[in-house]
Design a protein around this ligand. Structure first.
Ligand code: MRU
Length: 353
């Protein structure tokens, strides 16, 4: 994506191979702050605190975290320990474990003395693959958006599955960026996505940068807009997709899918194949839904009159903060991945076939 007219990726690997440069997403949309991460500890912290977030981006960042850790030591036991620390940083998005496990398997087949160099190149390749896959998702998704044949297309999205959630292009926003570039009149309903407001703070910021018309709505306004005929389709990302097409994504996705189903509005999920979990089928749920700190619900941060970032308390009762939910396949019209446009139930067969 272009920021101030300059092509920028969300993660840049240093030429010296001593650090990675990330964008601290907790400061957006108020401040665009780049931050250098030099160590495993800094990478784990950045993932836990959501300075980097979004399923594909945390996967690639974790791969670089593993590489950075190997500067000091590269034994099999140490790699296993580092891999576990990274995977435990956030439990729900499968891309994180996918990236770490893939890199670990590769490294264990290499001599310890070459492991750092190999890991760094591997992580760089993962970043390139992410960009390529997301561009393909954008092209397939654009085809789907064109089938709507509307003069003005109103797309609703949830959370942030844009450029910021990946290395470039995004998943759910990739078709929207390409549609806008292709001259389609597209407008995006940006659902604020309480409690962390990734829609309002990140998606809206990205769309502003790209000059794509959009409007922020409260999460609870989604049903009314659908009922009034103001939504042509819903397009979201995913953190994990089961063999039978169930989709795990940001909390609130399920409610949007239910409302869209009721109103016959197509509900699309855009995600790379690295988000697919073949161990997850039927009732068997081999992962944890992340519950984050209640303060994310009870506190809100923003910029005060003096232009300073500030957090204030907006509630003080006991609070529960599940970060993801699960949408059954019957509510999902199509999944868009780098291989094409699929029915959710047939995704497993295509990927394994
Ligand atoms: O908690 P987050 O902000 O990491 O959650 C992100 C989402 O739920 C995204 O929709 C998902 O990771 C897809 S990102 C391309």
């Amino acid at each position: 994506m272009k920021i101030n007219n300059k092509n920028t990726r969300t993660l840049q690997a240093s030429d010296s191979k001593t650090f990675i440069k990330i964008i601290d997403q907790t400061r957006l949309p108020h401040e665009l702050i780049f931050k250098d991460l030099y160590s495993l500890a800094e990478v784990v912290e950045a993932i836990k605190t959501m300075q980097v977030r979004g399923a594909p981006l945390i996967g690639v960042t974790a791969a670089f975290g593993l590489a950075l850790a190997l500067k000091d030591e590269a034994s099999d036991a140490y790699i296993a320990d580092v891999a576990q620390q990274l995977i435990e940083a956030r439990p729900t998005a499968v891309n994180l474990a996918w990236a770490v496990n893939k890199l670990t398997t590769f490294l264990l087949n290499n001599e310890p003395k070459v492991r750092f160099e190999e890991a760094w190149s591997f992580a760089q390749q993962m970043a390139e693959d992410d960009v390529r896959n997301n561009k393909k998702i954008g092209m397939h998704g654009l085809q789907l958006l064109r089938t709507h044949k509307k003069h003005k297309l109103n797309v609703m999205t949830h959370c942030n599955a844009g450029w910021l959630a990946t290395i470039d292009y995004g998943t759910a926003l990739s078709p929207i960026f390409l549609a806008h570039d292709a001259g389609l009149d597209v407008h995006v309903w940006v659902s604020e996505t309480r409690p962390r407001n990734q829609g309002m703070s990140l998606t809206a910021w990205e769309l502003s940068q790209a000059k794509i018309p959009h409007t922020i709505i409260a999460d609870n306004a989604a049903g009314l807009l659908m009922q009034e005929g103001n939504v042509d389709c819903v397009l979201v990302g995913a953190d994990r997709i089961a063999y039978d097409g169930q989709v795990v994504n940001k909390i609130g996705t399920y409610l949007k899918a239910l409302a869209a189903f009721e109103h016959n509005i197509p509900f699309y999920v855009a995600a790379p194949i690295s988000t697919f979990d073949s161990n997850f089928i039927g009732e068997h749920q081999p992962f944890e839904i992340e519950y984050r700190h209640p303060n994310e619900l009870l506190m809100i941060s923003g910029k005060n009159n003096q232009g300073m970032m500030e957090s204030i308390e907006i509630g003080s009762s006991p609070a529960l903060n599940p970060a993801f939910d699960l949408t059954p396949a019957k509510f999902i019209t199509r999944v868009i991945c780098e291989k094409g446009i699929l029915e959710p139930q047939s995704m497993g067969d295509l990927i394994n076939g």
